[in-house]
Design a binder for this molecule. Sequence first.
Ligand SMILES: C[S@@+](CC[C@H](N)C(=O)[O-])C[C@H]1O[C@@H](n2cnc3c(N)ncnc32)[C@H](O)[C@@H]1O
Length: 366
Amino acid sequence: MADSIVIRKLPPIRFIRALNAFRSGLFRLYSRSFPANVVMYERFTAFWILPAIRVAAELDIAGILEKEPMTIEQLAVRTDSNPGSLSRMMRALSSEGIFKKNKTGQYKNTSLSRVLSDGKGSLRFAMMQHLGSLNWNLFSEFPHTIKTGKSAFSMVYGQKIYDYLSGHPHESELFDRSMTNLSEISIEPVLSAMDFSNYPVIADIGGGEGLLLSSILYQHKSSSGILFDLPEGLTRSGIILNKYGVANRVKVMEGTFFDTAPAGADAYILKNILHNWSDEECLKILKNIVEVLPARGKILILEMVIDEKNHSSFGKLIDLQMMLFMEHGKERTRKEFESLFDQAGLRLNKIIQTVAPIRVIEAVIK
Ligand SMILES: C[S@@+](CC[C@H](N)C(=O)[O-])C[C@H]1O[C@@H](n2cnc3c(N)ncnc32)[C@H](O)[C@@H]1O
């Protein structure tokens, strides 16, 4: 199984930046060339396509079509759906390049629809989770968050997200699988930008199902790892560690990062963790790691870094999700990271760019 795993080396950052600048230029040209109300209404169409993507993911239409192309009638039987409604949904999705109808009236996958099936590069669970009712309900309470500054999650569900997930195993599994899907997007960019070979023992704190740690250890056969998370975050970790053939090099540890950090690692990864928490909570997490960090050890924080410029930024959008989801979650600027580190007895050593929006922020003892 482990032999089928491919971790690609990505093109240089300069090339991707040039491509992105070209793309942004095209978008600006389009925005200026059409009436503003047309441009705005076209952006709004995502509202209709997104629920269709959710349903396609939930019904695993892409997984079914991966085996063989099907007519709407066949697909309707297979997914227990209404043929008329399904046909209109597939027509709309295909008009956006998600699925394709061939000349004989059968639907098949495109590169975009294939992302909704399981396997490498899949976003199936991410789409099901982000577009599913747990999250969708929050967005209808967006005004509450803007008016009060409080998380929509606590208002809608009466408790904080991770407390809620610990009592809802099905939602929790979907959440973890969604995180793993999203993690996969940043793993190749991070591994292409960053050399982990200097770290004999690597701990991933809040590492969830362990895909990042497994990928690192798959590349670095002489390193070993510690995967640390809440029990519910770790439920499927064994499957991934075994798939990558690294289970015998990983100590899986249950615990809360607000109380402790496991000793014995040279590098401590926090990927998409600090953006969930307030400065006070982040300080607790960081100080617990500082207590066990060797003098030359590193804390590697994998997060977006927000800048104040006007250009389009993935981090500024995901920040809205944090605002709704978490009590005090937020994406941070470089200055905000520096201030956090300073209070935890750390200093920002460097920020490593990747071809993706995610950055590796290195913190070391002051
Ligand atoms: C946003 S997810 C990120 C998961 C993973 N690092 C990734 O990037 O895919 C946050 C993770 O933090 C874990 N977590 C939440 N509260 C925690 C706590 N108090 N102690 C340890 N882990 C926690 C969750 O279970 C989840 O796996």
